[in-house]
Design a protein around this ligand. Structure first.
Ligand code: FES
Length: 237
């Protein structure tokens, strides 16, 4: 079936796209950068982090570019003071929700949350830190799960389900009690479904999932193979 072509404007520029694409996909195809955190090309979009918010004609609410489909004639703004303000709030809230102590993190210097905060010029937060007491799961022979550094982006959940087809990870509980959990809250090392492929670790944007054996700053992740596999399987092109 032929694709239905659409025209939209992104930051004033006329962009040709096709029906069914999201604003983020259209923007990226046109070479425009929209910040993202929970989005990983090749996986379904979760719309969890709200970093990709954009202004869209016809609505006064900012909308997530990763889950909002394009429609003919829409005008999208990706950069404005208002959007920077919203994005800073989103990062601030993520920073205070758990214990992101970068100086002692294996992903220090290679963390997408840290990079996003730096790009937005965030040097301190405007909210009180929660300092929750959260466990670290060391039961897996190869990997570590540190709940203190998890931002609940669900990239691990989607990678495991959509790319590895193992369905180890889920989000359990609600609101500030939400946690990723393996095999319905069993220690990761006792998971019957885990194939130890490590894709969830590579998909994780922070130091929440890491390989054992790395010291501070040493864990560098690569997720291009997840994108490649996801795109080939048609999860998300
Ligand atoms: S990248 Fe769109 S909501 Fe997270």
């Amino acid at each position: 079936m032929p694709e239905n072509k659409l025209s939209i404007r992104i930051d004033g520029e006329l962009v040709s796209t096709v029906e069914g694409q999201t604003i983020l996909q259209a923007a990226r195809a046109a070479g425009k950068k929209i910040p993202t955190l929970c989005y990983l090309e090749g996986l379904s979009a979760a719309g969890a982090c709200r970093l990709c918010v954009v202004e869209v004609s016809g609505t006064d609410r900012p909308l997530p570019a990763c889950t909002t489909p394009v429609r003919e004639g829409m005008a999208v703004i990706t950069v404005s003071d208002k959007l920077t303000h919203y994005r800073r709030i989103a990062i601030d809230l993520l920073m205070v929700e758990r214990n992101h102590i970068c100086a002692v993190c294996v992903s220090n210097g290679h963390c997408e949350l840290q990079a996003m905060a730096t790009a937005l010029g965030i040097t301190n937060t405007r909210y009180w830190y929660n300092f929750p007491k959260l466990p670290v799961d060391l039961t897996h022979r190869l990997f570590v799960l540190d709940h203190n550094r998890c931002i609940l982006c669900t990239r691990c959940v989607r990678t495991c389900r959509e790319v590895e087809n193992a369905c180890v990870w889920e989000v359990s509980s609600r609101s500030i009690h939400s946690r990723i959990s393996s095999d319905l809250n069993q220690p990761w090392g006792e998971s019957a479904n885990c194939t130890s492929c490590g894709k969830c670790v590579q998909a994780c944007p922070t130091g929440a999932l890491s390989e054992k054996g790395w010291a501070v700053e040493e864990m560098v992740k690569r997720n291009d193979n997840i994108t490649r596999l996801g795109v080939r399987r048609g999860v998300r092109s």
